[in-house]
Design a protein around this ligand. Structure first.
Ligand SMILES: *Cc1c(COP(=O)(O)O)cnc(C)c1O
Length: 394
């Protein structure tokens, strides 16, 4: 970490998590090793007892992974972070650490599809019950809380509807019910929203998306607020084993340095594209937190520094028209995932959210014709020209 205190966010992106290393490299080296030598039998024993700090085995802790974790903990204003092998490994780590048989979860219905499936198929087997709710409605969340509710889990903006939950109010409701608020902050990144500052207890990310930003890594991270929680989560992750590796950690740490810059472009371009789409005669509706037509426009202005790089829209003519657009785009690539430098377009009902089932999908507002666009950092004129030629073909 830099010797300069009170750095702004953009400076923190560049300098966080950078320690001092042998030979004085400016960039943290990649410790591509599975294990670390002890100086003596006594030294090994004391590391295992936790009497002194040091590295033992990469599943437990590794300097390259730790550097990336420290950087993201600093960006989220958290205490410490835990690097995981994927975003889903991060979700799994949090649920494994916080839940026991007989516990109850209140989960937003507009979350990443596999998160719904994880709760419905894996954690239900171990006696954890989940109620799925519209998290943009505070009364609905409040009414869903039971005496055994341990976790309120939300994504905001939700995926893919971009419905927004009020973090401050949701945290209050969770805490009144003695539950913890867990927030998946993947869609915003800490450049635009810091849930821990607004009352959340745990934040997680798919590193695969904006934080790495270059579509070349799968990874996840969990950020916690205090040492006791960190130790418990670290033990859980060590036991369940879903850690990230040193090389991917290095790539994520490299990607982080341009996070603030990339987010600026993602947001500026997405705003222009959302306005352009909203005025297009072949578009039924557009959802983007920077449009006045967004139902939670006011919360978005208060809760986000800027409005993000994700847009969803419905092409007039439903599923087949949406499909025609996806087959006609040339610059935007037809692929799942998001948050990279390249624009990506996809169809949640048949792709990312297919596994959650039509019923939950429809109550969550994920219509069959909904198309999701992850706006890249190309020239915005090029992205719009590409969408225009694609819509001309519908
Ligand atoms: C992609 C994604 C995940 C899962 O992350 P993986 O790295 O693919 O495992 C979780 N939450 C959100 C919001 C995502 O977009």
């Amino acid at each position: 970490m830099s010797k300069v205190k009170n750095l702004g966010f953009d400076s923190k992106c560049v300098h966080s998590g950078i320690g001092e290393y042998e030979h004085g490299p400016v960039v943290p080296p990649i410790y591509q090793t599975s294990t670390f030598k002890f100086e003596s039998a006594q030294h090994g024993g004391s590391l295992f007892k936790g009497e002194q700090k040091g590295y033992i085995y990469t599943r437990m802790l590794n300097p390259t992974i730790e550097a990336m974790e420290d950087a993201i903990a600093a960006l989220e204003n958290g205490h410490k972070a835990l690097g995981c092998g994927s975003g889903m490994a991060a979700v799994h780590t949090v649920f494994s650490a916080l839940l026991s048989a007989g516990d109850h979860v209140v989960c937003s219905e507009a979350v990443y599809g596999p998160t719904v499936t994880l709760l419905k198929t894996v954690f239900s087997k171990f006696g954890v019950e989940t109620t799925f709710v519209d998290a943009s409605n505070l009364d609905v969340i409040k009414n869903a809380i039971k005496p055994n509710t341990k976790v309120v889990y939300i994504e905001t903006p939700g995926n893919p509807t971009l419905a927004i939950a009020d973090l401050v109010e949701t945290a209050k409701i969770a805490h009144e019910g003695n539950a913890q608020l867990v927030v998946d902050n993947t869609f915003m990144s800490p450049a635009l929203q810091k849930p821990l500052d607004l009352g959340a207890d745990v934040v997680l990310h798919s590193l695969t998306k904006f934080l790495n930003g270059h579509a070349d890594v799968v990874g996840g991270i969990v950020i916690v607020k205090d040492e006791e929680t960190y130790k418990h989560f670290r033990k859980t992750l060590n036991q369940t084993g879903g850690v990230i590796d040193p090389f991917n950690s290095f790539l994520v740490h490299r990607g982080l340095k341009t996070l603030a810059l990339r987010m600026e472009r993602h947001c500026a371009s997405a705003q222009k594209i959302a306005e352009w789409l909203e005025a297009h005669p072949k578009i039924e509706w557009v959802r983007y937190p920077g449009l006045k037509s967004h139902p939670q426009y006011d919360i978005a202005q208060r809760q986000h520094k800027a409005q993000g790089g994700m847009i969803t829209f419905e092409v007039k003519g439903g599923f087949s028209a949406g499909e025609a657009v996806m087959n006609a785009v040339k610059l935007s690539q037809l692929a799942v995932s998001l948050g990279g430098v390249e624009s990506l377009i996809q169809h949640p009902a048949s792709m990312t959210h297919a596994s959650m089932g039509k019923e939950i999908r429809e109550t969550a507002g994920i219509t069959d014709g909904l198309v999701r666009l992850s706006v890249g950092i190309e020239n915005v004129e090029d992205i719009i020209a590409d969408l225009k030629q694609a819509l001309d073909k519908v």
